[in-house]
Ligand binder design. Structure first.
Ligand code: ADP
Ligand code: MG
Length: 351
């Protein structure tokens, strides 16, 4: 049957029964805690989710929310306490079930560059991932991968002499040279200068579109992956609190946590909303750019802090009890101490 080739023998679990109709990667009721003996800490709790083929899925959440743990469970590096991960409908072997943990169709690039050989050059770091059985193919694949990640001009340089962003590109090349079906990335842009981050994000997007690669990436800064991801999985204290397309979650955040994480949203209680002239029975998420400020000497709110961001400013505005963050698209228009009216142009009710 055609299914057998998608399920290499080295990645099988004895007596496993194939499940039809699942997304490429499927997690069901996944839980994992740490710390035996004393009170164990739940790193992920009862997670059920799907990850689609040929897409970029970002796992996001504040520090300690279980993102890396989930990534390691997906790859098969960690034993779940309960639940299971399925890849193409087959259960991903856990470390107890596979001699060298890690699913054969996946590659992971973790934080830091522990895998790189610092004193070898870029070419050798990447080529060493391939067997010597076919030297032409080894040469061709290494060349192609370095070109894809735009580091072919660095081939003869030692890793030790590269910038953080260049090292990250080598680490990704190493993972991709074997043509995995899934690339798992843990906070891949941490060590990359802001100015190079977008180029790397674009290149990864390009590879996904060209090759059909599936990417799962972890980030604690959703702003940096909003433009890059096709799907988001939002974790809070090990639990899944939202999952959908970035535009949808940004515009209609289902809870305060997601609104704050994605949009730095102001969360107003029903009473706060009343102060701002909106009649609501539930709390509201109001993104900073959904507020409009108008200077008026007798106004109740005052600009308390101005954070220059280049082509816009983030303003902290308060009336003594209620503090709000607003975006000012015309830097300099509202100096500190300016009295302003705060108008809510748009809001999203939270359950
Ligand atoms: P994130 O990647 O979102 O920052 P992690 O998955 O690394 O979060 O961690 C989630 C929780 O599990 C944290 O409280 C962390 O301290 C704990 N944890 C993760 N790995 C281990 C481990 N190997 N031993 C003990 N605790 C761990
Ligand atoms: Mg982490």
């Amino acid at each position: 049957m055609a299914l057998t080739h998608t399920h290499p023998p080295s990645c099988s679990v004895p007596h496993d029964v194939h499940r039809e109709g699942l997304p490429l990667i499927h997690g069901e009721g996944l839980s994992r805690a740490f710390g035996e003996g004393k009170e164990p800490v739940a790193a992920v709790s009862d997670l059920t989710f799907g990850i689609n083929e040929g897409k970029i899925t970002a796992i996001i959440g504040e520090s300690g929310s279980g993102k890396s743990t989930l990534l390691r469970l997906i790859y098969g590096l960690l034993e779940p306490d309960s639940g299971a991960v399925r890849y193409r409908g087959w259960r991903v072997p856990t470390p107890r079930e596979k001699l060298i943990p890690g699913h054969d169709a996946m590659r992971m690039v973790s934080q830091g560059f522990d895998d790189l050989n610092t004193y070898a050059n870029v070419w050798d770091n990447v080529a060493s991932q391939l067997p010597n059985t076919d030297l032409d193919s080894k040469y061709g694949k290494t060349t192609e991968t370095l070109q894809r990640l735009r580091i072919d001009h660095l081939a003869k340089q030692r890793i030790a002499d590269l910038s953080g962003g260049e090292k990250q590109r080598v680490a990704i090349s190493r993972a991709l040279v074997n043509e995995p079906e899934v690339l798992l990335l843990d906070e891949p842009f941490n060590q990359v200068d802001a100015s190079f981050r977008e180029a790397l994000q674009e290149d990864i997007r390009g590879i996904v579109e060209k090759t059909g690669l599936t990417v799962v990436l972890v980030s604690h800064d959703p702003a940096e992956v909003l433009s890059m991801a096709d799907e988001l999985i939002v974790l809070k204290q090990g639990r899944l609190v939202a999952s959908a397309k970035p535009t949808l979650l940004y515009r209609f955040p289902p809870n305060a946590y997601t609104a704050r994480l994605l949009a730095k949203s102001n969360i107003f209680s029903a009473a706060d909303a009343g102060t701002l002239g909106i009649n609501s029975r539930v709390a509201l998420a109001v993104h900073p750019e959904w507020l409009e400020l108008n200077a008026r000497p007798e106004a109740g709110f005052m600009v308390q802090d101005v954070r220059f961001k280049g082509f816009y400013e983030e303003l902290l505005v308060s009336n003594g009890t209620l503090r709000v963050i607003a975006i000012n698209p015309q830097p300099g228009a509202f100096p500190m101490g300016t009295r302003v009216d705060v108008k809510v142009r748009q809001y999203h009710p939270l359950r």
